[in-house]
Design a protein around this ligand. Structure first.
Ligand code: MG
Ligand code: ZN
Length: 218
């Protein structure tokens, strides 16, 4: 394993304590969004198709929604993890198939400057998704995390993927090292992908410090 690490991190439910997108739909959306979400999880709907179906039912104006984003909490140990990574000069990227509207707001509140890639929520007659990627190779995702990870990864670095959900399984298959919880941990087990379980970011800092120390002493 190369010494230097490059991190690719999911946002919803990984950095944020709750899945902000799901919570937003629970709070302001129609009641059948979970059924569409299940179809998305199975791969029967793309992110764009799923979002078009559920966002039409979103009953909240832009100002109220922005204010609502301000109550989102993050895993507080993420802050220490970021300090540690910066100290080690390990680059970090946030890859989300959610929305930059809340990611930028939440990161800003904590004074975090981390590059992020996500879709965008636009309000015209109603809410609409603007997908980040529109390439033909991956038609499933609004943000294809695998494609992004592959294009951002410096070959001198070891890729570390951290996530919790369905949109994380594809990049997890390609990453050198995986930290997984919840649905992603289950999907990794089902597909025989090696991963380190984690609960919060302090587990990751501890595990990586241990691995790096073993390398240094061995
Ligand atoms: Mg997630
Ligand atoms: Zn993809």
């Amino acid at each position: 394993m190369p010494r230097r690490l490059m991190f690719f991190i999911d946002f919803d439910g990984t950095i944020s304590r709750e899945d902000i997108c799901s919570l937003m739909l629970d709070t302001f959306g129609g009641d059948n969004w979970r059924e569409f979400n299940r179809q998305w999880e199975k791969g029967d709907l793309t992110t764009e198709e799923c979002a078009s179906l559920v966002l039409g039912k979103l009953q909240v104006n832009p100002v109220a929604l922005e204010n609502w984003f301000d109550q989102a909490q993050i895993d507080e140990t993420f802050l220490e993890f970021v300090r540690w990574a910066i100290q080690q000069e390990y680059p970090l990227f946030i890859l989300s198939d959610g929305y930059d509207n809340y990611i930028s707001r939440v990161l800003g509140r904590y004074g975090l400057k981390i590059p992020f890639y996500a879709n965008h929520l636009t309000y015209r007659q109603g809410w609409e998704i603007t997908c980040l990627s529109n390439d033909n190779e991956c038609r499933r995702h609004g943000v294809c995390k695998t494609r992004l990870m592959e294009s951002l990864l410096d070959p001198d670095y070891c890729s570390v993927y951290i996530g919790d959900g369905y949109s994380d399984i594809c990049p997890a298959e390609k990453a050198d090292l995986v930290f997984a919880k919840d649905d992603l941990a289950r999907l990794c087990r089902e597909r025989g992908i090696a991963y380190h379980p984690f609960g919060c970011f302090s587990d990751i800092t501890a595990a990586l410090t241990r691995i790096t120390d073993e390398k240094a002493s061995g």
